[in-house]
Each structure stands twice: as structure tokens, then as C-alpha cells.
Design a binder for this molecule. Sequence first.
Ligand SMILES: NC(=O)c1ccc[n+]([C@@H]2O[C@H](COP(=O)([O-])OP(=O)(O)OC[C@H]3O[C@@H](n4cnc5c(N)ncnc54)[C@H](OP(=O)(O)O)[C@@H]3O)[C@@H](O)[C@H]2O)c1
Length: 238
Amino acid sequence: MNILITGATSGIGEQVARDYAAAGHQVWVCGRNQEKLAQLAALGDVHPLQFDVTDTKQCQQHLGDLQGLDLVILSAGVCEYIDDAQHFEVELVERVFQANFFGMVNCAQSLLPNLSKGSKLVFIDSMSRLLPFTRAQAYGASKAATFYFAKSLGVDLKPKGIEVVTVSPGFVKTPMTDANDFAMPMRVTVAQASAALRSQLAKGRRTIYFPRVFGWILRFMHKLPTAMQLWLAQRMKD
Ligand SMILES: NC(=O)c1ccc[n+]([C@@H]2O[C@H](COP(=O)([O-])OP(=O)(O)OC[C@H]3O[C@@H](n4cnc5c(N)ncnc54)[C@H](OP(=O)(O)O)[C@@H]3O)[C@@H](O)[C@H]2O)c1
């Protein structure tokens, strides 16, 4: 397969890129970290693309002419929490949305005209979109927006034979979560995350959650009445 992965210079995206490359696929890896991109390019059939996903022009310049992709995985993202809900900075919310939401929208816009029947476009959101977690106003909202955008896009791309897939990870040990100062139940390794992602994609799943048990728990909580969700979220905060 011809596979393009954003956020391939770290964490989940990097592991998935390494695993697909090791399995003999041709992989385009995207990120800003030149050194990491060069390391990945040394793996073999791996093509580095250095650009910032928040820059619409750069996305168009690097992605606009790519043809024949079978699988696109949009993984690039950032996480910032709001520490003081009464005095938050709108710039923080904008930064998170620029990378997590508009970054994926920019890449999708540049790639879609050249995607054809049978190709898959994968958006990595997060299980954080399922509950109103403390301090996650910007991050959770950006992931909820991504999920909605992707699912709605999937409705309109279905007649063209382009499949849109969403992936909602729980906690995965990466530089992103290494910065967290709270307990992360059922956190998995990037190797486990990559294996779950690749196997569920191969099975044709369109809405992917891993780790599985954490996904069941959060989806159950998501179905509870809002008052109960808020009570649970408050308990997690206290
Ligand atoms: N780790 C988790 O527990 C977890 C859970 C749920 C969802 N997720 C989601 O999974 C995805 C990957 O997370 P991760 O944990 O693997 O994070 P990570 O290790 O911090 O990696 C983030 C990746 O995003 C890229 N990136 C960030 N901003 C960018 C920008 N403006 N332009 C281009 N690339 C940019 C980084 O590349 P450069 O630095 O090279 O630009 C890096 O490759 C994210 O969307 C995250 O929200 C993660």
C-alpha cells in the first residue's frame, strides 16, 4: 500500500509508520522535526515531508500533488490543558484547534482531490471527546470537533468510495502523555496502540477505539444521562 502519515515524527504516528514500513509498504512520513524525518527516511521505502499542518499553503504545497495513496492517517496533534478555568487564554484554545482540528482539515483538503475509490482517510481523535474531563476544554473540544467533521465527511465521501475512519485512543505512552501529571488508567505502549490500529483498519472497522476495555468503559459513561456524566467528571477532578 501507499500510506501517508502525519505526526509521524513521534508517538503513535511514528510507531505506525515504522510498522507499516517494516511490513513492506511505501510510507510518506510528515512532521516538522527534520532530524527525526531523516532517521525515518533511512528505513527504506520511506519518504519524508517536512511541513507545519497549521499552515494551509504548506499543506497544499507538500500534499497537493500526491497521487495513488491507499491510506492516509492524520495523527499530528498537540495537547494543552487549561489550569485556571476562570481566567483562560483564548490563544491556548486557538493553538490547540489550529493543530488538532484545522491541521487535519488542512491536510484532508489538500489530499482529498487525489484520493480515489477504495482509499481510506483516517482521523485520530481521542476518547477524551466522550466525557467533559477536567482541564480538557480545548483538547476535548478539538477532538469532538474532529470526530464530527470526519463522520460528516464520511457521509458525503461514501458515494465516491472513499472511506473515512475515526480512531479514538485511550492513554498511550508517548511524549504527549509523558507530560501529564495525573493517573492514566490502562495506558498502553505505542507498539500496542499501533498493533490495535493496524489490525482494526485491516478488518475494515470505521470507528476504532483502543485499548478495547477502556473504550467500552468510556462509551458506557458517554451513554449515561448528562447529570451522571458531570457527577463522574467532578469525582475525577476531586
Ligand atoms: N498519546 C495518547 O495517549 C493519545 C490519546 C488520544 C489521542 N491521541 C492523539 O494521537 C495523536 C498522536 O499523539 P501522540 O501521543 O503520538 O503525540 P506526540 O508523541 O506528541 O506526537 C505528536 C506528533 O504531531 C506532530 N505535530 C504536532 N504539531 C504539528 C504541526 N503544527 N505540524 C506538523 N506536525 C505536528 C509532531 O511532529 P513535529 O514535532 O515533528 O512537528 C509529532 O509527530 C494526536 O492527535 C493525539 O491528540 C493521543
